[in-house]
Design a protein around this ligand. Sequence first.
Ligand code: TRP
Ligand code: ZN
Length: 900
Amino acid sequence: MRTETPVTVYRKDYQPYPFEIPEVALAFDLHPETTTVTSRLTVRRRADHGGAPLKLDGSELELVSVCVDGRQLSPGEYTLDEHALTLHALPDTALVEIVSRCRPAANSTLMGLYVSGGNFFTQCEAEGFRRITWFADRPDVMSRYRVTLRADTAYPVLLSNGNLVEQRTLPDGRAQAVWEDPYPKPCYLFALVAGRFTHRETRLNTVSGREVLLQVYSDPGSESKTEWALESLVRSVRWDETRFGLELDLDRFMVVAVRDFNMGAMENKGLNIFNAAYVLADADTATDANYEAIEAVIGHEYFHNWTGNRVTCRDWFQLSLKEGLTVFRDQEFSADMMARGLDAQAAASARAVKRIDDVVTLRAAQFPEDAGPMAHPIRPESYQEIGNFYTATVYEKGAEVIRMQHTLLGEAGFRAGMDEYFRRHDGQAVTCDDFVAAMESVYQRQHPGRDLQVFRRWYRQAGTPRVTVALDYDAAARRCTVTLAQRCAPVGVEKAAPVAGGKQPFHIPFAMGLLDRSGKPISLKLDGKETTTALLELTQERQQWIFEDVPSAPIPSLLRGFSAPVIVEYPWNDDELALLSAHDTDPFARWEAGQELATREILRLTALRQAGGQLKASAAFIQAWQALLEDPVLDAAYRARALSLPSEKTLAERMSAIDPPSLAAARDFLRAEIGRQLAGAWRQAIANCQTPGPYTPAPEPAGKRALKNMALGHLMAGGDTEAAAWAVAQYENAGNMTDRLGALTALVNHGDEDVATRALSHFYEQWQHDPLVIDKWFALQATARSTTVDTVRGLMAHPAFTLRNPNRARALIFQFCLNNARGLHDAAGAGYAFWEEQVLALDALNPEIAARLARAMDNWSRFVPALRAPMQAALERVRAHAGLSRNVSEIVSKALELAA
Ligand code: TRP
Ligand code: ZN
């Protein structure tokens, strides 16, 4: 093996493909060892591309024959190398027929055609189609597909995109199915599935009255676990009709669950393929969080049918065009589902809970990315391996950039912009700029003379802007002057390749309110309107706003609803934060104030611990937490978020030199103190949050379970032995997985070691035949407080462990390396050697997955010196490894070269 020489692809180098390929006919003779693919392409040279050869991408394929217009080519008429098949001197229109072979059973990358659990699956996004046949593997080449599948009787279900047009038994006894997709699509949306499945289905009439068939396929025996997924699909179809006026455009829409999958799910036209973790659920095996995630991912993939498939990306630099927009849509779908049927106040709280969860994810995953060596704009300027750019930045920050447009235009304006986007671009492969232009056409109607030129910088500049706020109150004039200033230094790749013309200010929609000293909202006048939340549009480095008739010195409530993905800097004192945490009428900003208080408290305790001091929680902080815990107005779901301490990852972003063991110890100390000092209130919460009766994943009981299990954990952390007995009883008697796992988690992290060990082995015995439950068993141990590298090595020796199944690898190895900083950074670099070993072992099997694990060391340069050097050394050793994939190579070289 040799290391592939890194080739950087640049956005500025985009060239249209010299040919059109309007029709593709594929025939598959499916065998696990060797599958033969016959591909017939109608090829038409585009005007102005005279002379260009037809260069088709291909990877790990065996060529059998290539014909043009029925004549087999001799080797002199084409060139074949490791990455391409090039046909020279092609006429302006031609019928190209290529016969090739690939090896599905030997394919451990899970890209292209592969075998999982004895069945065939495909994954083509981003560049997997080239592992199936030679083709123009780029999203701007769109074709109509006719697909013939042939397989022996061991594979009774044969599926592909679109409509089934023929199904029969061949003279040789094999089955044949022919599928036709009426919509032109790029090859990354191609899919086939073949094998043995059970399915659940329903029919419904779309808004225009067409009857459509919705189906969910899964392994035989799992039929009882697909009800929620199918119901979620029905809700998704309805929601896109009502909120966006978008209708399902096919007669048949299928979802298939697979156990071996690199990501969450894939939006192949009419044939979505899903990681089984985002399909299968029942009360006994799935948690509330699993149910919520299934609904979100089913929605996400379904919504891609319009935002991704009907309108697709011109090139992979535009990935956020479909992903940012579709994440925004799935976030709104989840929020609408959570708020369904509630009164205005409860609905606002439910939506805030969803918003908080999304911001927590953004801060834990995307903010560190945006401050580290892999920082990139949501529309990257370059990449070595596109698989490395399915990032929190492209997805989650991309969704924030869409959300800001929604905030600027309002719901009706945004909807008008979406309508305009589809009117202009249905059936096309377009750019992020095309999307903004459609939105801008509405914005300009709303605000004559203004445009989104400054806003477009969100697409080409990376980094998390910092917004500094200054308040000046003039008591005599009853006037409050608000000054906002922004800055955003070059990060990641911007340090090596500076943004042309230097970085410029962003267009930041900044929602804020003012409270008086008793916590009451102050009415604000802005642009002639009166409101308690003003939306300031910051477009320059520094701007001022003046609010008149402010009766007393106010306390600012800033970035309400998290109106922009920025970091706010304002010198609140602790009393002001406590007041906001108790009284702010904006539920997001209220949560935020508590988080800021907790952050200050934990960072203070961390510093104290580093200095060898005696830890003691501040009384004011405990009081603020007590106020939240006992506030009768707050529902359980919101309260659980309000009382959660910020994650170690979020806290680390606030440290100049990250010291995970001290940070974890300080955070644990505070959590235990909250448990001990507020024991009475936690006990009351447990009493108030019982959910008797049959299980439902609805937001209200789920919120109660979240708070109850949180209470259990806190009480046990605080040393409450009675709570430990409750946890054992809850583990034994739970009527659902949320409560069972909640109790087990508390026992493993805070309980008696023997009791925990017994419960863990009982859990394994009971669920050993259910892989998704065993993933939870591994993940719980991987992230446990006492887990070390040795614990993880022991678990890897367990017969149920395998590196080949990404879910299993994620449950144990990723959970340890990415979510157990205390364990990873403990003891003389043993964790780093473990990381290095696993990255290399995975790289030999599945480079996409290996590269994700490689990112665990991204922020090495920001750790305390004692950890920094061994982390850097481990990165150097991986980089020097012969035969490294392009995926891992890009990650480790950037980590070393572009470190903060
Ligand atoms: N388009 C998919 C989604 O976000 C992402 C995806 C699924 C993917 N599988 C993949 C990307 C494999 C790269 C490789 O919905
Ligand atoms: Zn997506």
